[in-house]
Ligand binder design. Structure first.
Ligand code: GCU
Length: 613
């Protein structure tokens, strides 16, 4: 659970000024990959602790003495009783989920303790942070036997300041990671993806000057291709500074003065090449204050809607997409690396995609940066999935935190055009209130992007004609409608799609955010036989014919690019704990339906129409 950005910053500055040694969750440091930040990639000692004996005694009371694992205590005499030892316990790689690193941990949900020792000689007047790309689900972090803090949510980054705690030698960083599911969490107890646990993205040590550039936003103003508007946020005692924003290639250099809180806004005219899938132009942007500098590769584009159209750089666009889970290609497990991103986005581009839906949670920063480089637009999402505890204020705050952390991390990525606040959530007043607040939060945190959600529209009948109408009440607050449907798989036969029409109560663009069916690669039969490639192929043929008849359709992200692991899929010899709705296998083998979609996208890109007709 995080405090809001400004209050954390005020706390951090106050603590810094007071020289108080209490570590706090720090404001999220932007663009850590561009910083001199050594990672702790590699094997870490771990203790698998299903009964939490590392933190609770046999009466379930919290431990604080040497028997607490975060103390990393060693017996001081042969008679001393110590029942744990990281250094003789096994190891697991970080980053990486634990489930696919040991067969014995494949189904494991519980606590695993991680230890990493390190030396660090921090020079005077320098600050040090430990940054986590992500850890699923609840991470409690300790340094040298003291708790630094806790983070909830398995898919967003967090960091802690350790300036006053780090020693030149023999530091021990201990992270307790627990991925137990609970109904008040986000996501809640039921998901159709594997609950991969662990420190799933890189851990970095980031050394900074006393006052450093903590975050910045450099994008085009909403619907103004000729105006950059943004801000810069410093962190540290020297809050008032001159900051310069340079885009050398465009001959741009703008200076501003930060205020007492270390913040400055800016806005200036430009004439930059605009980022698009056809031309994913990125500029080197350099931000320099008097005490720090950071550079980033940033693209500039506008994204907006007009009636049923989605306009990229002012022109209508059709989003030829596919849904993707952060399942690693080839090896399976939680995807995190640049190579994972390159492979998955490469496969999507092979399909003819200019867009991907990253479901159902924030994927790695590497994925967003790769999408920037490869020219693939992105739908990002927070795991408000199925039946969340709508009435629980802590659940709402948790969802807001994950949304803000996603926005904070990715708000300079041109590829990212849509924030999705939910997937397949049952309509109710409590749900509408909950999602209404999330939509507001997204719009206020970043008014330059579009907000959507994956809804589920209902059928109505006139005689034997079927009409599906999008009339979900929260759609009124969305910029773009998303809708999941499984005609031909969970409902009806594939051919019945031919007689289905779609309507919408809203004058807004629709993205069909999910459709599809399962097929086991290599299983063949006639088109009526489930699980065969022919069944999936036939289903796609009828789907595409139906989609072409939807006048307000402006994008499609069929479910799903690649087969992925799911605890809900137990059918032996077919599913074996994999959802088989992929158009390719985990090894990249293409199923017949892949070519049906590829053909449809080739037609669309050749006609470069926004209409599917
Ligand atoms: C749902 C859901 C997905 C799920 C898919 C399926 O619509 O959003 O997470 O995997 O359907 O059933 O395959």
């Amino acid at each position: 659970m995080r405090l809001s950005r400004t209050s954390v910053l005020a706390v951090a500055v106050a603590f810094f000024c007071a020289g108080f040694s209490e570590a706090q969750v720090a404001p999220l440091i932007a663009n850590v990959t561009s910083r001199q930040a050594p990672t702790f990639d590699g094997p870490w000692h771990v203790i698998v602790d299903p009964y939490d004996v590392g933190s609770l005694d046999y009466r379930a009371k919290a431990l604080s003495g040497n028997s607490a694992f975060f103390k990393d205590h060693k017996p001081q005499s042969p008679s001393e009783l110590v029942e744990y030892d990281f250094d003789t316990s096994g190891q697991l790689n970080v980053p990486g989920d634990w489930n696919t690193q040991r067969d014995s941990l494949l189904f494991y949900e519980g606590t695993v303790w991680y230890k990493r020792a390190f030396n660090y000689a921090l020079a005077p007047h320098r600050r040090l942070f430990v940054h986590f790309g992500a850890a699923n689900y609840l991470a409690t972090v300790y340094l040298n036997g003291e708790e630094l803090g806790q983070h909830q949510g398995g898919f967003t980054p967090f960091d802690f300041e350790i300036t006053d705690r780090v020693k030149p030698r023999d530091n021990f960083l201990i992270v307790k990671v627990n991925n137990r599911r609970s109904k008040e969490f986000v996501p809640t107890v039921n998901t159709d993806w594997w609950n991969y646990g662990g420190i799933t993205r890189p851990v970095r040590l980031i050394e900074m000057s006393e006052t450093f550039i903590q975050d910045y936003f450099v994008q085009l103003a909403k619907s103004s291709p000729k105006q950059v508007a943004g801000w810069v946020q410093l962190n540290g005692p020297q809050a008032r500074q001159k900051v310069t924003i340079r885009i050398p290639e465009a001959g741009i250099s703008q200076s501003v003065e930060t205020d007492a809180k270390g913040r400055a806004g800016f806005s200036f005219p430009t004439d930059l090449q605009l980022w698009s899938p056809e031309n994913p132009k990125l500029y080197q942007v350099e931000i320099a204050s008097e005490t720090d500098k950071v550079s980033d590769r940033i693209g500039f584009r506008t994204i907006e809607t007009h009636d049923n159209d989605i306009l990229l750089n002012g022109k209508p666009v059709f989003l030829r997409g596919v849904s993707i889970h952060a399942e690693a290609p080839f090896r399976t497990g939680r995807a995190w690396s640049e190579a994972d991103a390159q492979t998955l986005l490469g496969w999507a581009k092979g399909l003819g995609c200019n867009f991907v839906r990253l479901a159902h949670y924030p994927h790695s920063e590497a994925m967003l940066r790769m999408a920037d480089e490869m020219g693939v637009m992105v739908w990002g999402e927070v795991p408000v999935y199925w039946t969340i505890e709508w009435e629980n204020p802590a659940t709402l705050q948790n969802a807001k935190n994950q949304l803000n952390e996603m926005i904070e991390r990715d708000h300079n990525r041109a590829a990212l055009i849509i924030y999705s606040v939910a997937n397949e959530t049952p309509i109710s007043d409590a749900r509408n209130r909950f999602l209404g607040q999330l939509i507001e939060e997204a719009h206020s945190a970043d008014p330059t992007r579009l907000v959507s959600a994956a809804l589920q529209a209902n059928e109505s009948f006139t005689g034997n004609h079927i009409t599906i109408t999008i009339n979900d009440p929260i759609a009124a607050n969305l910029d773009v409608l998303g809708n999941n449907e499984y005609i031909g798989w969970y409902t009806r036969t594939p051919a019945e799609a031919d007689a289905i029409d779609w309507e919408s109560k809203y004058d807004k663009p629709l993205i069909m955010s999910e459709f599809g069916g399962d097929a086991l690669f290599g299983k063949h039969g006639d088109a009526g036989e489930r699980w065969t490639e022919e069944y999936q192929e036939n289903l796609y043929i009828h789907q595409i014919a139906m989609l072409k008849r939807i006048s307000f359709l402006r994008g499609t992200t069929p479910w799903i690019l690649m087969d992925f692991r799911s605890p809900r899929r137990t059918l032996p010899g077919i599913e074996d704990y994999f959802n088989r709705k992929g158009l390719v296998t985990t090894q990249g083998e293409k199923k017949k339906a892949y070519f049906v979609l590829q053909d449809f996208y080739r037609q669309l890109s050749n006609t470069s129409t926004t209409q599917t007709k």
